[in-house]
Design a protein around this ligand. Structure first.
Ligand SMILES: C[S@@+](CC[C@H](N)C(=O)[O-])C[C@H]1O[C@@H](n2cnc3c(N)ncnc32)[C@H](O)[C@@H]1O
Length: 261
């Protein structure tokens, strides 16, 4: 099953072993009797509620606070100081997380910035998280997380930035007020352009699910909304194809980053 608009590709094996049961249940909920009509309506995006549901069940939303945090270390130690030095002091430093899933990545960046008081006190930051999955974005906006999501955080950080409610952890207002979230398909170049220009983009653990064409399309969209010399962080299993000459790869501490040329 392939849908170019959303970058969704499911091979037959996964369709049979992982998604069949879920699809049958959605078919049933939406009153479809046969798979062909159901499949056609997904491909031709006949019903936006159906598309939302399909996106919800096939997207992999796995994420947690401080995931691959050597990249946040590089952000604080190398990237922000450089942006602070070269960028106009009256402009905000804009950071995009695309995709942000349920928000942990964006809140993690906010925590890192708050912990490095040097910058937060003298510069404005814009932190935006986008994802195609509406349910995930709603969860991000609520900012309520399970123990599993926060397992990498120290007790000190948890106490400082979260309020414990029953078995869950609610982000404090200081974090909530520092971030924004939006439902966006990264393959929609017009919607992406409308987001504005960014100094840093984190796009981690999404491109691995895209086919080659969609991966290139997404990278191109990131290029278009990055400011000159802007920074692109990818997940550890993701790379930019060698023939794309729009970025140069740099090592910053433990992390690799792609820099717009
Ligand atoms: C595994 S999560 C990664 C979250 C976070 N960046 C991290 O590394 O922890 C992948 C996310 O990509 C989102 N996604 C998949 N296709 C997308 C698209 N075309 N546009 C925006 N988000 C998409 C999914 O909804 C899912 O939440």
């Amino acid at each position: 099953m392939k849908n170019y608009k959303y970058g969704i590709f499911i091979d037959d094996e996964k369709l049979e072993n992982i998604y069949k049961r879920k699809f049958l249940s959605v078919m049933n909920d939406f009153g479809y009797k046969d798979f062909e009509n159901f499949y056609r309506d997904i491909i031709f995006q006949k019903d936006s509620k159906l598309i939302e549901k399909i996106i919800e069940i096939i997207t992999v939303n796995e994420t947690y606070f401080f995931r691959e945090n050597y990249q946040f270390d590089a952000l604080i130690k190398y990237v922000i100081p450089e942006l602070d030095k070269i960028g106009p002091k009256n402009e905000s430093i804009n950071i995009l997380s695309a995709p942000c899933s349920t928000g942990e990545e964006v809140y993690s960046i906010a925590i890192y910035l708050f912990e490095e008081k040097n910058f937060i006190q003298k510069r404005d930051f814009l932190l935006l998280g986008v994802d195609i999955d509406k349910q995930a974005i709603e969860k991000a906006k609520k900012g309520i997380y399970s123990e599993r999501s926060i397992h990498k955080l120290s007790r000190n950080i948890v106490n400082k930035y979260f309020i414990k409610k029953g078995g869950f952890y609610q982000v404090k207002d200081i974090l909530k007020n520092a971030v924004n979230f939006k439902v966006i398909n990264v393959l929609d170049k017009y919607a992406m352009k409308k987001l504005g220009k960014f100094d840093v983009i984190f796009s981690r653990n999404m491109l691995i699910y895209f086919d080659e064409n969609n991966k290139r399309e997404a990278i191109n969209n990131f290029y278009n909304i990055l400011k000159p010399n802007g920074f692109l962080f990818l997940g550890h299993a993701e790379t930019i194809p060698k023939d794309i000459k729009l970025f140069k790869k740099e090592k910053l501490g433990e992390a690799f980053v792609y820099r717009k040329v």
